[in-house]
Write a protein that binds this ligand. Structure first.
Ligand code: 8YV
Length: 329
């Protein structure tokens, strides 16, 4: 019986329930499932566990040569619990003959809903009201509606498309920038393909849905922030380093832009002395866009399905390094 070891989740009731369910589901597919939450993450532990498993379900910590070289004779498949794989060294995985997959699509709805939640919160100044009300101040301010506004989506993949769908009820004009645009899909969705500059200049809301790569590093910086309207807000549920946080802090502090909704940060957990935490026009959440029961179960289930297909020798479009079959290490 093939063995899957899963590292994702904390020791709260919901994760016990989800992992019991995952165990049952894996059993129905003839696999053994073990849940070993990594809090805090320990590379040594992860290696030890993966040496005794055939597949691993991994979170967002870095996985590179120091792990792959130790598990190449055991674990042959790692599945990222989610979609971003910027911390996984795929070259090293291939060199060691290890396939790395991700659960594309499984958290799409949760992340799109979170982006929408952050947009509405920023536009209606929720973080400021909440902080002031708790401090005993009954402060009233004036926000903006999303209805009828222009929303710019950076990256028109699964999540960007789902967000556009959710926004349909808000009668927005939707602009999208994508380095590899699928024009038929944009036409179908009534979304306008624009340049990044047009998007920054025209958006009342800008939402980021691209992966973190060398090309997207600090894509939002002092120059692009200056293009934004003073009433505009920026939302990041993708990866922290896509935004230059220093430049964002300055833009928020000076009122160059109206607000930011951020679920991801250059350093996580966000250090307690981060100046971003002092701002009333920033909504800050602790990387929880995927954290709904529905999304988490979709991810667990998909990770198990990918493992089952892998062990049956079926190819999978979710494997990120298809060249893993020719190891050189
Ligand atoms: C996390 C994510 O994986 O999909 C991604 O890339 O960032 C999230 O889904 C999840 O929250 C676990 O940290």
């Amino acid at each position: 019986m093939k063995k899957i070891v899963s590292f994702f989740g904390d020791k709260s009731e919901i994760f016990y329930q989800l992992n019991d369910r995952a165990k049952e589901y894996a059993k129905s597919l003839n696999m053994e499932y073990r849940w070993v939450p990594q809090l805090p993450f320990s590379e040594e532990n992860v290696i030890k566990e993966l040496q005794n498993a055939d597949a691993g379900i991994i979170d967002i910590e870095p996985y590179g040569e120091s792990i792959f070289s130790q598990i190449k004779d055991s674990g042959k498949l790692l599945v990222r619990f989610g979609v971003g794989y910027d911390k996984v060294d795929l070259k090293s995985a291939s060199k060691n003959g290890i396939a790395v997959a991700r659960t594309t699509g499984a958290n799409t709805t949760a992340v799109a809903e979170m982006a929408l939640t952050l947009m509405l919160s920023c536009k209606r100044r929720i973080s400021k009201y909440q902080a002031r009300a708790k401090a005993g101040e009954w402060v009233k301010d004036i926000g903006n509606e999303i209805i009828g506004s222009t929303v710019g989506i950076i990256g028109y993949g699964c999540i960007g498309q789902r967000l556009a769908k959710l926004l349909r009820g808000f009668d927005c004009r939707i602009l999208a920038y994508d380095p590899f645009p699928k024009k038929e899909i944009m036409e179908r969705d009534g979304v306008e393909l624009v340049t990044l500059e047009e998007l920054f200049c025209q958006g009342d809301v800008i939402s980021i849905h691209v992966p973190y790569t060398e090309k997207t590093h600090h894509m939002v910086n002092s120059k692009t922030l200056k293009m934004m309207k003073p009433t505009a807000v920026i939302i990041n549920t993708a990866r922290g380093n896509i935004i230059d946080e220093k430049a964002l802090y300055e833009a928020l502090k000076s009122g160059e832009i109206a607000g930011a909704g951020m679920d991801v940060f250059a350093k996580e957990p966000l250090p307690i002395d981060s100046p971003l935490l002092t701002l009333e026009n920033a909504v800050i959440t602790p990387h929880v866009s995927s954290q709904t029961v529905e999304s988490l179960w979709n991810i667990y289930k998909m990770a198990i399905d990918i493992s089952a297909d892998f062990f049956e020798g079926k190819g999978s479009p979710h494997i990120l390094n298809q060249d893993y079959k020719e190891p050189t290490g």
